[in-house]
Design a protein around this ligand. Structure first.
Ligand SMILES: *Cc1c(COP(=O)(O)O)cnc(C)c1O
Length: 353
């Protein structure tokens, strides 16, 4: 009999299904691999790596670039293995017994798990029936429970909608506790709140290379906050938690980020195109999105998901346990031809063909 850590058995698991679909639009990934020009430079860079050394230099190089781009000091940036690691460490830093964490619901399913892992008490804040976050009520809730950490995902996954930067500022200004802003999809929205970090010492902005920059496999993310905050959160990271392959690849991708502008624009255009088409389907409710995915609600969502699965099309279905997401499916944008196929399949199912 092995004696595991207390409550480990009860720890919830991430419920994403990972199957290799022919048309894979279930995980908000970029459907395209790196632009060929970028890929070539990444490969050249990887050919010149000192595998024998700890990656101090590569870590510093990437931080330097990011700091320069945001006009902040290097000590205001921390890197993570995906923004997942950043978020986990932020939860850890403000968590522990008796600590309270407020986050919206429905939102990123991992917040609940990170809160649990941090042994903190979770206070999900319900979005309204249109999935909008009532800023005043959210602020009130943070005060009411005397939270230690408030989290907002903007634009929100899986609902796709976004708060304005002014609304984010309203929250930052009116709460005293730490405020984690998860900007995993902000490149598709175009309005980041990172500038507010200068003004609000409680604000932590998390970003990722996984979505707009098509680097989900490399696991690279970062956070921006004031120096006192990064100094404390940095204590929770193990030394050399980032590997040299990911650091070097991300360094090139970041240098060449302009190469991604057109594909981000195409994704946004595709999202709008598919949004309009879905809107014309009777019985399907479509939620406006500022991301690279669209959420729909349909009373036969489970059957539709199964139908798509049989066509080897993977979309994200939310199980009954996912609060507020009953009968919802989330569809990431692929290439135009993929999106057309997904749409036609949905249309055929809905129209009973
Ligand atoms: C995808 C995602 C992340 C992070 O992904 P990483 O690959 O770990 O960077 C963070 N937050 C949200 C809301 C996401 O959807």
């Amino acid at each position: 009999m092995l004696n595991y850590r207390k409550d480990l058995e009860k720890m919830p698991s991430y419920d994403g299904v990972e199957k290799n679909y022919r048309v894979k639009v279930n995980a908000n990934e970029s459907t395209l691999n790196l632009p060929p020009l970028v890929e070539e430079r990444v490969i050249n860079r990887l050919a010149n790596i000192s595998f024998n050394r700890y990656p101090n230099e590569e870590y510093a190089l990437l931080i330097e670039q990011i700091a320069k781009n945001f006009s902040v000091s290097k000590s205001q940036i921390l890197l993570g293995g995906g923004s997942s690691e950043i978020i986990e460490k932020v939860f850890h830093s403000f968590g522990g017994k008796g600590k309270k964490i407020v986050y919206p619901q429905p939102s990123f399913s991992m917040y609940k798990i990170y809160a649990r892992a941090a042994e903190a008490q979770a206070f999900p804040f319900d979005l309204d029936e249109k999935f909008d976050l009532d800023v005043d009520k959210f602020i009130k809730k943070v005060h009411e429970v005397n939270a230690d950490l408030a989290v907002v995902c903007n634009p929100n996954n899986p609902t796709g909608n976004a708060l304005t930067v002014a609304q984010i500022e309203e929250i930052a200004k009116n709460i005293d506790c730490a405020f984690l802003l998860d900007e995993a999809y902000v490149e598709f929205y175009g309005h980041s709140a990172f500038n507010l970090v200068k003004k609000y010492p409680n604000l932590i902005v998390a970003r990722t290379f996984s979505k707009a920059y098509g680097m989900a496999a490399a696991r690279v993310g970062y956070m921006i906050a004031q120096e006192d905050v990064t100094r404390m959160i940095n204590k929770t990271f193990m030394p050399y938690h980032m590997n040299v392959l990911s650091l070097a690849a991300a360094d090139i991708v970041y240098q060449m980020r302009d190469e991604f502008i057109t594909r981000i624009q195409s994704t946004v255009a595709e999202r709008q195109r598919i949004f309009e088409k879905l809107k014309n389907l009777r019985e399907i409710e479509v939620f406006p999105s500022q991301t690279n995915f669209i959420l729909i609600r349909y009373k036969k969502a489970a059957a539709l998901q199964e139908y798509l699965d049989n066509l080897d099309i993977g979309v994200r279905y939310f199980s009954a346990g996912a609060a507020g997401l009953k009968n919802c499916l989330r569809i990431s944008m692929g290439m135009q031809i993929e999106n057309d196929e997904v749409f036609s399949a949905i249309k055929n199912f809905v129209e009973g063909k």
